[in-house]
Structures are given as structure tokens and as C-alpha cells.
Design a protein around this ligand. Structure first.
Ligand code: TEU
Length: 538
């Protein structure tokens, strides 16, 4: 069985899913911000690339305090991006091209401009409106201290004090992210009902699945206890009750005759806890951040791949493979550094990076990733070999991570710079009006445009195109490691006749016996050079 003959119902198990950060993908109306018109115009590009589905970052109305992860209306489209009618057309056009649509749902928190939150502020303490959030009186004599010691993931305390309708300093509300993203209270049945209805709203409009933002965070430990050990279990992450929510969501998805799916975003330290979300009556899949965070090292990668497959096997869920997304440093940059791992604790901003090495490894990593069993996520621009933009001026940075940490964490703007499509100067075809994009593009991106790379057999884009095409038709068997390989080499087969070999050692290594080189990430002869991957027919 290969991907193309897999049952329609199982499309998600081996899908190549392309992540579109709408704001930065393509600007159809020429105002400097990407939009749905831009995406619709580029659907043929995505179809030609060979992807199976698109995951859209949040496209809902939003004050854009956190790039749309601060939602003010879950049943509409951000006006800067377009309209609901346009979204419906986009879904239909994508389906016509054989591309499925996954959208982001943000159930942990909403925007402070969401009508529920403005109503809660207005209604005052002890109101039913406040029950939909986490309002608490402060500690200290006059309630001047936050209710507990939780920290926002964007820096600073996780609580902000409000001014009550009578003008007096009042209660505090919880926000695990920015102070403009109040956490919803999932013990309140209003919240569960509302999100179940939102799921149906979009499923009824043809959406094929949801990526669940902060999927582990919805349920908080009873009594909101202080964090006592930051390395131990956290009272706001992976609390057992969360699974009930996903069982209910799964019943809704399974109520549709064609397959609708969920992919959870859970950054969890314990793989066994992670797998619990992927039990047959919960989420279909989850992002594999261990693979994303892993350094470019043969032993470590093999450990992560083996552990990932072992984690997923008991729950019969397919693994996913991710190298980059809108939250992390682009892997071309990471892979060119001395320390090639990723960690939120230290983005290694401006650590020296060897661009050529980064590109070579990114090419090799692409073929490794696309050879593994399960689903794969490709973040927009990855197929163009874009690097992190590390020299953005402070005044253009928009990520609340940057402001809330006073620049101690540079934030995520550097991986969100608008895509270069064509031409020799900004905006590189991002729009046709010449309007400056919302984040400035580096001049060197003239070498990375889709136009420049199309038809160039050595380009990253053509590598992705060929790899995705071959991937769709290749054997889909389980992975088996090839024995007797030199150290620093990852080599495995997938079913009959297909092998993938990655050389992470410092010198060239001999190729295993083969009948044909199907595809290589760099020049190969009888030997495989360092930082190169080859796909073989054996
Ligand atoms: O991210 C969840 C999350 O906690 C991290 O990935 C986050 O980016 C990091 O802690 C920042 O330092 C998700 C989204 O992917 C992210 O873009 C949102 O900002 C966040 O949720 C809040 O909705």
C-alpha cells in the first residue's frame, strides 16, 4: 500500500501538510499583510508542490496582539484577511485541487476584545460572566498581589489586575500568555458548549480538521495551587481532566461521514503522557516536538525516531515530523550553528551560523523527514530554504514575547517574515502594489524567490517538489534500520525496495548496495558526502 492508494478515510495518516501563516504568505489586496485572496491565488503553487493539506494559523477576527492567537470571534474571518464567504470559496477551491484544510482552534484563551471578556469586565466580581474566565481576588492585605505564582509563557506574571466598573482596583484574571489573552475556564459548561458549536460551525463549512492550540493547557489543577517545582508536573499543563474534552470533540468529528481530524499542539516532557492524547477515542495526531528540538546528530536523531515510533505504536497513532513552525527558529539557521538543537529557553539569537552548512543540512533533513512513516508538516518558506531573519530592527518586532521579556527573548518575528515570490527587490511579489510588507524582507531573499528557484534542479524548491512526488508513490512499510552502517550514518528501509541513508559523519561514506539513486539532497557518486541524504531503490 502506498500513500496514493490509501483509503480516503486514512488521508491524514501519511499526509504532507503545509503550514500557512496567512499574515505572511501572500498579500492579495496589497496592504502589506497577507490575506485569503493571496492564498487563493497561490493554491496552484501549493498543488504543484505536492502537499495533501494546508494548516492555517488562526484566521479569525483578532486585535493581533499575538498574531491571531488572540481571537475575538471564532465564527468569522479577520477583516484584514478577508471574509467568511472568501474562506468558504477557498475551502472549495482547495478541495477541487485535492488539498484538505486544517484550521487552528484556540480553546485555552481568547482575546480581551472577545465579547465574553468585555462582558466579564463590565459585570464585576461574582458575576456569571466572570465564571467563564479565571477571575480571583489577589493575595496581600489589599489584594495587591497575584492570586498565585504562575508565570506567563511570554514572560512576567500570569495574572493581571483589573479596574472594576466602579473605578477601584479589583480582581485579577489568569493569562498563561499575554495579558490580552485571558484563559477560559473549562469547568464552566458554557465554554465547552461554545467550542463544540464552533467545531461544528467550521466542520459544516467543509474544514477537514483542527490544529488545537495549547492542547494540554485547558484544564487547571483544582484550587489553582502555586507551582512548587518548575521541573515537575505543572498545575496548568496536562491535567488529567483535559482528556474528557477531547473525547467529546472526537465524537463530534466522528459524526461526519468523511474523516475529520485533530492534531494537538502539546509540548510535553513525558512521551507516555503525550501518547495519552492520541488514544483511539481522542486526537488523531500531535506535533512531534522532540524531533524538531533534536540536534543534528545521528545517535540523537535515531534515538528520537525510535522513541517516537515506540510511543505511538501502542495507541495506533501515526507519528508526525516537524522541523520548523511559526514559533521556532528556522532550521536553516539552527543547523548552521555549533549547537543545532532548539529550545525556547535560549533561542541562541545571533549565535554564529554557517548558512551553506545550514542549507546543506536542511536539504538532508528534508529527505530524512519525508522518508519517515507518518505525517509531515512543512512550514511556509521551508521549501525555499529561508533562514531566520535575525536582524529585524526592534521597532518593527510585534511578538509579545519580545515586549513582555523586554527583549531578553527576541521572540518569533524572525520566522514570520513575508514570503518572497518573485523579483529582485522587496516585496518580492508578496504583493503587486509594492507596499512594504508588515515585516521587512532581507535583500538577500532575491536568491530565494519561488520564481528564481523554479526549474533550477539544484534549488530547495525543486528538491521538495521531487521528494513530495516520490513520497506519494513510495512503499509505506514500517521502518527497519540497516545494520552494519559506519558511525554517524542513519540508514533504514521502508518496505520492499526503498532505503533512506543520511550521512551525519564528518567524512564521505560508501553507499549501501542499491539498484538506483532515486533522489539525493546533494551530489553523490559511489560515496555519500557529509550532511547528505539519499533515497535508494534497493
Ligand atoms: O504556542 C504554545 C507555546 O507555549 C509555545 O509554542 C510558545 O510559542 C512559546 O512558549 C513562546 O515562547 C501556541 C502557538 O503556537 C503560539 O504561536 C501562540 O503564541 C501560543 O500558543 C498562544 O496561543
Amino acid at each position: 500500500m502506498n500513500h496514493s492508494t490509501q483509503g480516503e478515510q486514512n488521508w491524514w495518516r501519511g499526509a504532507a501538510i503545509y503550514q500557512v501563516y496567512v499574515r505572511s504568505f501572500a498579500d492579495g489586496d496589497g496592504d502589506g499583510t497577507g490575506d485569503l485572496a493571496g492564498v487563493r491565488a497561490k493554491l496552484p503553487y501549493l498543488a504543484d508542490l505536492g502537499i495533501d493539506a494546508i494548516w492555517f494559523n488562526p484566521w479569525y477576527p483578532s486585535p493581533m496582539d499575538d498574531g491571531g492567537y488572540d481571537v475575538s470571534d471564532y465564527r468569522d474571518i479577520e477583516p484584514v484577511f478577508g471574509t467568511l464567504t472568501e474562506a468558504e470559496k477557498l475551502i472549495e477551491e482547495a478541495h477541487t485541487l485535492g488539498i484538505r484544510i486544517i484550521i487552528d482552534i484556540v480553546p485555552n484563551h481568547c482575546s480581551d476584545e472577545h465579547p465574553w471578556f468585555t462582558a466579564a469586565l463590565a459585570a464585576g466580581p461574582d458575576s456569571l460572566e466572570r465564571e467563564r474566565f479565571w477571575f480571583r481576588r489577589g493575595r496581600g492585605e489589599h489584594g495587591e498581589l497575584p492570586p498565585n505564582n504562575w508565570r506567563s509563557r511570554f514572560g512576567g506574571p500570569a495574572w493581571t489586575r483589573v479596574t472594576e466598573p466602579d473605578g477601584a482596583p479589583g480582581e485579577w484574571f489568569l493569562h498563561l500568555y499575554s495579558s490580552r489573552q485571558p484563559d477560559l475556564n473549562w469547568t464552566n459548561p458554557d465554554v465547552a458548549d461554545e467550542f463544540e458549536d464552533i467545531l461544528r460551525f467550521w466542520f459544516n463549512r467543509g474544514v477537514d480538521g483542527f490544529r488545537i492550540d495549547v492542547a494540554d493547557g485547558l484544564v487547571k489543577a483544582d484550587g489553582l495551587p502555586d507551582v512548587t517545582d518548575p521541573d515537575g508536573p505543572l498545575p496548568y499543563s496536562d491535567v488529567d481532566g483535559v482528556h474528557e474534552i477531547y473525547r467529546a470533540w472526537r465524537r463530534i468529528a466522528d459524526g461526519y461521514p468523511d474523516r475529520r481530524i485533530f492534531v494537538g499542539e502539546m509540548w510535553l516532557p513525558d512521551p507516555a503522557r503525550f501518547a495519552m492524547y492520541l488514544r483511539p477515542d481522542e486526537l488523531h495526531s500531535g506535533f512531534n516536538f522532540d524531533f524538531l528540538s533534536c540536534p543534528w546528530d545521528a545517535r540523537r536523531l535515531r534515538e528520537v525516531i525510535t522513541a517516537t515510533l515506540a510511543t505511538h505504536a501502542p495507541v495506533h497513532a501515526p507519528a508526525t515530523w516537524v522541523l520548523s513552525n511559526h514559533d521556532v527558529t528556522r532550521h536553516v539557521t539552527r543547523y548552521g550553528r555549533a549547537d543545532t538543537s532548539f529550545s525556547f529557553a535560549d533561542r541562541q539569537h545571533l549565535a554564529p551560523t554557517d548558512r551553506e552548512l545550514g542549507i546543506r543540512r536542511a536539504r538532508a533533513a528534508a529527505l530524512l523527514t519525508l522518508a519517515l512513516p507518518g505525517g509531515v508538516y512543512i512550514y511556509q518558506g521551508e521549501e525555499l530554504g529561508l533562514a531566520e531573519v535575525e536582524d529585524l530592527p526592534d521597532e518593527v518586532r510585534q511578538d509579545p514575547v519580545f515586549t513582555r521579556t523586554a527583549g531578553a527573548d527576541i521572540g518569533r518575528d524572525g520566522c514570520r517574515v513575508p514570503i518572497p515570490w518573485a523579483g529582485d527587490a522587496p516585496p518580492f511579489g508578496f504583493n503587486t502594489t509594492g507596499t512594504a510588507p508588515w515585516l521587512p524582507q532581507p535583500a538577500e531573499w532575491s536568491a530565494h524567490t519561488v520564481e528564481r528557484q523554479t526549474g533550477d534542479p539544484d534549488s530547495m524548491l525543486e528538491l521538495y517538489r521531487r521528494a513530495l512526488r516520490l513520497r506519494a508513490g513510495r512503499p509505506d512499510g514500517p521502518i527497519e534500520w540497516l545494520a552494519g552502517q559506519p558511525s554517524g550514518v542513519l540508514a533504514f528501509t521502508r518496505g520492499d525496495g526503498f532505503a533512506c541513508v543520511v550521512n551525519l559523519s564528518p567524512g564521505p561514506v560508501p553507499l549501501p548496495a542499491h539498484r538506483e539513486v532515486l533522489l539525493a539532497s546533494g551530489p553523490v557518486t559511489q560515496t555519500l558526502p557529509p550532511d547528505t541524504t539519499v533515497w535508494l531503490r534497493i
